[in-house]
Design a protein. Structure first.
Length: 251
């Protein structure tokens, strides 16, 4: 029976109890069950400082059919980049949600992608990492090719395997933080992220379609990915952090 081991979840435990209870019956047997520590099931690790060590323990005791889950990691230390990037793991990221299928199909034909981000002063690294993540979602893996950094922020040009250029413009704000990512082409996908949620729209010569805002919480979506096993969220997180580190150094 698949359960949820919350022994390492700390502050995240309550919302994952709720997420487990809300899982639909089609996810798997034992939905909503709470596993005993060390038992079979999804091991949830709180993303506060020290999560890499807790994740190592979770990987050692996770069942082969499920992936462990890291809840909202506040930072991505170097040891995660060096050791854990290839591990199967789900990651909860509130500001970075799976793109709806309709928007994914439209983004596949993008000729270029532009990402703009207003970063909160007290969480600039986390928001910049997620802005890079949206560039990756819309265009594919990113490699910095040019970067200019100043007191106003960072302007970067990033290359992709498919030749789709991605431009990133990010700066700090004392007001409302936000990320706006747009594809350019015959169909244009726009993703807007703010503390209230994620909005997606598709525009073309025929008009504009505003997609319904997803009702599923980031915790429940991550738990579903973990239940099915084989989650690659951690490698995506490591990718986004590597690019962020390069841009933050101004290289």
């Amino acid at each position: 029976m698949i359960g949820v081991d919350l022994a390492s979840a700390r502050e995240s435990a309550d919302r994952f109890r709720v997420a487990a209870i809300e899982l639909p019956l089609t996810v798997g047997p034992g939905r909503g069950a709470t596993a005993e520590p060390g038992g079979a099931g999804v091991v949830v690790v709180d993303g506060a400082d020290g999560w890499v060590s807790r994740l190592r323990d979770a990987l050692a005791r996770s069942s082969r059919s499920t992936s462990p889950l890291v809840a909202e990691p506040v930072s991505v230390p170097a040891e995660a980049l060096d050791v854990l990037g290839a591990a199967e793991c789900a990651v909860e990221r509130e500001r970075l949600r799976p793109l709806p299928d309709q928007a994914s199909r439209a983004a596949a034909a993008a000729r270029a992608v532009v990402v703009e981000a207003a970063l909160p002063i007290d969480a600039a690294a986390e928001w910049l990492r997620d802005a890079i993540g949206w560039g990756r979602v819309l265009a594919g893996p990113l490699v910095p090719s040019a970067c200019t950094r100043s007191s106003a922020g960072v302007l970067a040009l990033l290359a992709t395997p498919h030749g789709v250029p991605v431009t990133l413009l990010a700066g700090a704000t004392s007001g409302h933080p936000a990320i706006v990512a747009r594809t350019l082409g015959e169909q244009r996908v726009e993703v807007r992220v703010d503390p209230r949620g994620v909005d997606v729209r598709i525009a073309s010569a025929d008009g504009e379609l505003v997609l319904p805002r997803g009702r599923e919480s980031a915790a429940r979506a991550a738990l579903r990915r973990a239940v099915h096993g084989g989650a690659t969220d951690l490698s995506d997180l490591v990718h986004d952090e590597r690019v962020r580190a390069v841009l933050s150094e101004g290289n």
